[in-house]
Design a protein around this ligand. Sequence first.
Ligand code: ATP
Ligand code: MG
Length: 332
Amino acid sequence: MKRVLTGDTPTGKLHLGHYVGTLENRIKLQNEYEMFILFADTHALTTLSSTPKMIAEYTKEVLLDNLSVGLDPKSVTFFVESAIPEIYELAAIFSMYVSHNRALRNPTIKDEIKSKGLGDQYSLGFINYPIFQAADILCVKGQVVPVGRDQEAHLEQTREIARELNKLTNSDIFPEPQALAGRVGKLIGTDGNPKMGKSLNNTIYLSDSKDEVEKRVMNMYTDPKRIHPSDPGTVEGNPVFIYLDTFAAEKDKRQIEEYKNKYKKGEVGDVEVKKFLTGILNEFLEPIRQRRAEYEKKPDLLQSILDKGNVRVREDAARTLNELKQKMGLDL
Ligand code: ATP
Ligand code: MG
């Protein structure tokens, strides 16, 4: 069976962008592939270095998010990065095969420095992020990686590392993992930022209550040029219509087309369309909320899902690491 590895950085709860970027593909693939889902808690230190204790809280939330969308802990192995020390040893070896310049030449890293306003204050670990991620993926020899579009540059780096070490050891120890993009590669934020990001405060969370969804939708960015409901509005690039197209059920498609036409002609106000969107999103989120509430009642089950996954992956990661060290002669 082919192996799927993907994961989340526990820097906050998961949102609609994660759903279309990666969770949806996880749900589709969970029965066809052997699936591993990692919570990259050490990676989370890139943004939460001053409040590391929050990371464990977020890890639990993100596990709940994954379970609440319908991932089945009986077929998926969930694990925590920091419970697998072999990952760090692999990452240390990998970092010797990536030039300093190459590490800096990563377009996603450059984007994040800008969008997160890091200036020149980012850590060495932040630049090392994709190399670490290569170790996350390759420790279980993941072949398919369901991720949003921002991850493509990191996957390219993973493939380069795999190729380099296969060449060095004259073997095929590592696969060259392929990214599997979601239905929407990058979902726009509620503020019109091209990416809904949990570090960007422009999200609608999968765990938001009905009232929170309403509040977030009512505050959404729409068309800044439109002042009165009678002004012709722009539909393209408008997050309200993007979310309608993305999350509405088939039965609502006709109504959406009608709203788009009216909006363009200045025949409907933002508030009416936003109320409609609130209903659509709440309908989409309701079954997710219900499943989450069931799992929230079982903290012991949640802990045992992680414990079991950690034990399972440690065995795999140790095997991978030993294989590499042996082939490199680092096994005195
Ligand atoms: P951070 O800003 O802390 O990196 P994040 O919101 O990017 O947080 P991650 O945990 O890094 O979240 O991403 C988990 C997965 O979700 C990745 O595959 C990523 O590509 C995908 N993803 C994140 N945001 C979006 C989005 N807005 N649209 C589509 N996919 C997304
Ligand atoms: Mg990210």
